[in-house]
Design a protein around this ligand. Structure first.
Ligand SMILES: [Zn+2]
Length: 197
């Protein structure tokens, strides 16, 4: 849960909150108040409609900030913004990525591969429909690599964000700014420091 929106006609909302019956944690989670013309069931319907609009607006503003910020940083040319799947994953693994931005319909999977001969493990990116070719193990050279797990990239990023302290921002692919970001490849990262290749 990200927040609570309280709705009702006139002063009833504030009276409700100020009544002292609410747990402080609930009170802290209140993000906004919505005026409704009705109470009862009609009021709830009205509240849901208005709250949806409110959350949509908030999301729009946030996505605009994220994408604008990213484009600005990329345009500064200081090497603190990177985009593309490979580049972003590289930035995460090196610990340089601070914020990773990805569109919610980005199609890629990450497979964890382990070599049966030498136990070498690696995470391999599989974009779109690319088939899984069994390659030679980079460590021992034998063709004994096996796929242990295969997970969608969003799930993988979730794990990585915990591991490396990366913040992941998922942008809706259907919004104006999501579409702009998609044109940049749909995935990118803001870096803590410049990467030297
Ligand atoms: Zn091997």
């Amino acid at each position: 849960m990200k927040g609570i929106i309280i709705g009702g006609p006139g002063y009833t909302k504030r009276d409700f909150v100020n009544s002292g019956h609410l747990d402080y944690r609930v009170e802290q989670s209140i993000i906004d108040y919505v005026d409704t013309n009705y109470s009862g069931e009609d009021g709830i319907r009205e509240l849901v409609d208005k709250a949806e609009k409110l959350l949509e607006d908030a999301r729009y503003v946030k996505e605009k900030q994220i994408v604008d910020g990213f484009i600005e940083e990329a345009a500064r040319g200081m090497g603190l913004a990177t985009y593309g799947l490979k580049e972003t994953m590289g930035a995460i693994r090196s610990g340089a990525a601070d914020i990773v931005i990805i569109v919610d319909d980005f199609e890629a999977n990450v497979s964890r591969e382990r070599c049966k001969t030498c136990s070498f493990t690696d995470d391999r990116l599989i974009k779109g429909e690319e088939d899984e070719r069994s390659q030679a193990c980079p460590s021992c050279g034998k063709s004994t690599l096996e796929t242990e797990t295969k997970i969608p990239i969003l799930e993988y990023l979730d794990k990585m964000s915990e591991l490396y302290g990366v913040k992941v921002e998922v942008i809706s692919s259907r919004t104006e700014y999501g579409k702009i970001f998609k044109q940049l490849g749909g995935i990118g990262a803001l870096l803590r420091y410049k990467l030297t290749y």
